[in-house]
Design a protein around this ligand. Structure first.
Ligand SMILES: Nc1ncnc2c1ncn2[C@@H]1O[C@H](COP(=O)(O)OP(=O)(O)OP(=O)(O)O)[C@@H](O)[C@H]1O
Ligand SMILES: [Mg+2]
Length: 325
């Protein structure tokens, strides 16, 4: 459904030099520099997949999403989505996708959201009955009935984001390109939006590619992760593959009944946190059960939890390891 082959994007930017003389000179002899934002990336995505596209600032995530949604011409390589070449921007293609950017609004700020919705209905030629049905459904799901008639500029960020979702989904797209959909939202709203994305994916078997700097988004929503750094893909696989490959430890979290010392615990593994009665100990993955048993045997333990490392930490390890290569 999405096929990307050796896709690259080089931005050509006008280089400005300091000083008046240089400015005048540059009017006649423009100097350009190139920024390789995306370098030779390839992947394919099936219908219904939930893919997290993650990487540090400037990694090339937004650039890739813009190429896939047809806003940008690739410099080289090929992208094919639903059998279309995105940058040709055919109507029949644009009607099946939606690009939503948390940082940029598609709503008209001086108008109530409902006006943007009906404008989108006309642009996308959504049939009236479908429009009504989807609008009612989304309004209900996102709980925004009361704000649709208020001027958008007066809405809270969370209310506005919900309206952005409705505006982007009225034409019932098969593919959602979500660029930081939860940015700036409070914890409760982030959770709502995540739930909503999952529900939409299930209900319509829609394909979702999302970028986010919040690892909770990725953990909650995505089955597959594509990591990108300096324009290149450094990991593509499932969450469990990533854990298996890069997290070589597990965490033991005991709560003790009787005092212990940090020194004693260091015999079990790497003591990362210790504040009696709680501790956090890292142990090699393959020795987890042995080390847990040892802990239970040697100490008076009230409770113990065995957990996977946090996603943030695993992601950091992947980036660090790949950088060294
Ligand atoms: N229109 C543009 N003209 C020139 N350079 C650009 C343009 N847009 C992006 N870039 C550059 O391309 C690189 C990739 O940018 P991009 O916006 O794709 O990163 P990103 O992964 O989305 O980062 P972030 O997490 O900060 O959103 C950066 O070095 C950026 O400065
Ligand atoms: Mg971006």
């Amino acid at each position: 459904m999405i096929q990307v082959d050796h896709l690259s994007k080089i931005y050509r930017v006008h280089k400005k030099e300091e000083g008046l003389k240089a400015s005048i000179k540059s009017l006649f002899h423009r100097k350009y520099t190139s920024i390789e934002a995306v370098k030779d990336i390839s992947f394919s995505i099936e219908q219904g997949e939930l893919v997290g596209f993650i990487g540090p600032n400037g990694a090339g995530k937004t650039t890739t999403l813009k190429m896939l949604s047809g806003l940008l011409f690739p410099t080289s390589g090929k992208a094919e989505v639903l059998g279309f070449t995105p940058h040709q921007r055919k109507d029949s293609y644009l009607k099946q996708i939606s690009l939503m950017m948390g940082q940029r609004s598609q709503l008209w700020f001086d108008l109530p959201a409902i006006e943007t919705f009906s404008l989108n209905r006309d642009i996308y030629e959504v049939e009236e009955t479908q429009y009504r049905t989807v609008l009612n459904e989304l309004t209900e799901l996102l709980d925004v009935k009361d704000v649709l008639n208020q001027q958008v500029r007066n809405l809270s960020l969370g209310q506005r984001m919900k309206c952005e979702f409705i505006a982007g989904l009225l034409h019932n797209p098969k593919i959602l390109f979500l660029d930081e959909p939860t940015i700036g939202l409070d914890i409760a709203m982030q959770k709502n939006v995540r739930e909503f994305i999952k529900t939409y994916n299930k209900k319509y078997n829609a394909t979702v590619i999302l970028t986010s700097h919040y690892m909770d988004d990725v953990k909650e929503i995505c089955k597959r992760i594509i990591m990108i750094d300096h324009g290149s893909i450094i990991f593509d696989g499932s969450m469990s593959e990533m854990i298996k490959e890069y997290a070589n430890h597990k965490m033991l979290k005991p709560i003790f009944n009787a005092p212990v010392t940090r020194h004693e615990l260091e015999k079990i593994g790497e003591v990362v946190e210790f504040e009696y009665p709680k501790a956090l100990i890292h142990v090699p993955r393959e020795q987890t059960s042995k080390k847990a048993a040892e802990l239970l045997e040697k100490f008076d333990v009230e409770d113990i939890e065995i957990a996977e490392p946090e996603l943030e930490e695993i992601v950091r390890v992947v980036f660090e390891k790949k950088k060294k290569i």
